[in-house]
Design a protein. Structure first.
Length: 208
């Protein structure tokens, strides 16, 4: 999926002055993180298109806060993120501040880690990836207007679900627990995300 994304993003960014913010949206385990990292790396090989990838997952609420809110069993749903904080970061990135630090998410610690992605003012293309870039309610409604170009990455359900089950197994769940989480939580979120698909500028389909 890298080449189709490059074919769109490179001329789009070159046709603009200043910074371009590109979004990669899609359901859980569609391959957004892989594509965003590959796209950012490839853009860095094009003259004048320096790039950094920024994950929305860095704005997961902490596990302690999710427990306090009674949302531990819904981790990954829209209400389990600091959406307002994410919007604030996007505004700072668009403003071109001298140096902005973005958070990331650790799949080892299963927590967000602040201040690990430095973004200097000379970076031309910010590649933002996440599930909820196209939502139209709450603080999320401001996100679409802060992103210049949104690519929606789709993938076959069976491919995504298998990947999601493996992800939960790696966290220590047994197979029935992993499948329960995927079909009760992740796929519920996927339905919310799929409803936003038509707001994207381009839809990419990941092959089986």
């Amino acid at each position: 999926m890298l080449q189709p994304a490059l074919d769109v993003v490179v001329p789009f960014a070159r046709g603009r002055t200043g910074r371009t913010v590109v979004g990669i949206c899609g359901p859980p385990a569609a391959g957004k993180s892989t594509l965003s990292a590959a796209l950012s790396d490839a853009l860095n090989l094009h003259d004048g298109l320096s790039s950094v990838a920024v994950p929305m997952d860095g704005f997961h609420l902490s596990n302690t806060e999710l427990e306090r809110l009674g949302l531990s069993e819904r981790k990954g749903a829209p209400e389990t993120f600091d959406a307002a904080g994410f919007v604030h970061l996007l505004r700072r990135l668009r403003a071109g501040e001298d140096l902005v630090y973005a958070p990331a998410y650790s799949r080892v610690l299963h927590e967000s880690i602040g201040g690990v992605i430095p973004i200097s003012s000379d970076v031309r293309v910010i590649v933002v990836e996440g599930n909820y870039l196209l939502l139209e309610h709450g603080p999320w409604a401001s996100v679409r207007g802060l992103i210049d170009l949104v690519l929606y990455l789709d993938a076959p359900d069976e491919v995504r679900q298998e990947s999601l089950v493996r992800r939960q197994l790696a966290k220590g769940l047994d197979l029935p627990e992993a499948r329960d989480w995927v079909y009760r939580s992740d796929e519920r979120n996927a339905e919310v995300i799929a409803a936003t698909r038509d707001r994207a500028d381009l839809i990419l389909s990941r092959p089986v």
